[in-house]
Design a protein around this ligand. Structure first.
Ligand SMILES: C[S@@+](CC[C@H](N)C(=O)[O-])C[C@H]1O[C@@H](n2cnc3c(N)ncnc32)[C@H](O)[C@@H]1O
Length: 372
């Protein structure tokens, strides 16, 4: 598939999920890191690791527990008394499962469900279930899980086996160093969108408009990075806007951000010195090839406009001149095959100096142009 997919993670061919991610190593490596040279031998939760009270008389041996040792046949050595099995009510509880064993046990089912980087995802889900930052998990690999932690981890694994994205399961995603709440109503912020952020921050601005706000990751990052700026974020989805508003509050940006439900320019008034957008740009014909995490769990509205993927750019170009202040910039994210078409729309609309920028993988990712 040509890469018009938003998602780097989970998209066919886009795949760099977790590559080189710290902490994406094997469990054995993690156990070594955690000072557990051979966790299988040291884990008290290991099956058959000598649990007291569970011993049964060896099969095939006579059960002499209740026989009279004095009545053996001449020359026959009496069997020592075998310990009577404990009644179930007296058997001690099995020791709680450690984080390492929980991770190890999670792997086969995740892999069978087609999860491409099962160790990385299991770690993130377990860290979340244990209430730990992901980079702290290694220090707690030998900790026993509480029943609540265990239940939370199992629920998260079940969701991941249904291919729900990790960010939706844990409810947040890190973007440009900040945490954004993510739900089924918002696109999961993607690392390649940081290319647009970099371009936007390369010149000053005071009034910024974000068309198709989603979680608010673009607008709110720009406001957080430029304390003197104010912004308006719009989206056709009221549910997405509500998430973005919550993120604005959480990041302490509520005073500088306004929000409006709008079909592209429909609800937008005034002029801005910076307009940004990451519109839905996947062609309808490409939807079926998306990974289940994307196709089945992310909002369709955020993925595709339902046509060739270019109609939002035509709309955005049409209204841009009227809403850009003199000298103002328009910056949009694109799919890697769309640079020529989008640059053409911007030029036809009267914008000048269109430029195309590449993401870290060298793919066309951003088009920007100015009002003269
Ligand atoms: C690709 S998502 C981008 C979300 C966010 N800006 C980001 O980069 O993660 C596109 C967003 O555009 C919104 N959208 C789709 N059609 C729209 C329209 N006609 N007018 C305004 N927003 C629209 C979707 O609801 C979605 O939140």
């Amino acid at each position: 598939m040509s890469d018009t997919g938003k998602p780097p993670a989970g998209m066919p061919g886009a795949g760099k999920p977790g590559a080189g991610t710290p902490g994406a190593g094997t469990l054995d490596a993690e156990m070594r890191d955690a000072g557990m040279p051979n966790a299988d031998k040291t884990d008290p939760g290991a099956p058959g690791a000598g649990k007291p009270g569970t011993g049964k008389p060896d099969a095939g041996k006579p059960d002499v527990a209740h026989s009279d040792p004095g009545k053996h046949a001449p020359g026959q050595v009496p069997e020592p008394h075998a310990a009577a099995p404990c009644p179930a009510s007296f058997a001690p509880d099995p020791p709680p499962q450690t984080a390492t064993r929980a991770l190890r046990a999670a792997m086969p089912a995740l892999q069978a469900a087609g999860v491409s980087d099962a160790p990385r995802d299991a770690r993130r889900l377990l860290a979340h279930a244990m209430g730990l930052a992901p980079d702290r998990l290694t220090l707690h690999l030998s900790d026993p899980l509480t029943p609540d932690q265990s239940a939370a981890f199992q629920a998260a694994l079940a969701a991941r086996r249904r291919r729900q994205p990790v960010s939706q399961i844990i409810g947040s995603r890190s973007f440009w160093g900040r945490s954004f709440r993510v739900t089924r109503d918002t696109l999961d912020p993607r690392p390649e969108t940081e290319t647009l952020i970099e371009a936007a921050l390369a010149a000053p601005f005071r009034q910024v408009l974000d068309l198709g706000l989603g979680s608010g990751c673009i607008l709110l990052t720009l406001l957080a990075e430029r304390p003197e700026a104010c912004g308006l974020g719009t989206d056709i989805s009221p549910a997405a806007l509500a998430v973005a508003q919550g993120n604005a509050q959480d990041l302490g940006l509520g005073q500088r951000a306004r929000f409006a439900v709008s079909d592209w320019w429909g609800g937008v008034m005034g002029q801005f010195d910076l307009i940004v957008s990451n519109p839905p740009y996947i062609a309808m014909s490409e939807m079926a090839a998306l990974a289940p995490e994307v196709r089945d769990w992310e909002p369709r509205l955020a993925l595709t406009p339902g046509d060739d993927g270019l109609s939002p750019y035509r709309e955005i170009a049409r209204g841009a001149l009227a809403h850009l202040a003199p000298g103002g910039r328009l910056i949009v994210e694109i799919g890697p095959t769309q640079a020529r078409a989008v640059s053409g729309y911007f030029t036809e609309a009267g914008l000048i100096s269109p430029r195309v920028l590449q993401d870290l993988d060298g793919r066309d990712r951003v088009v920007l142009a100015h009002r003269g």
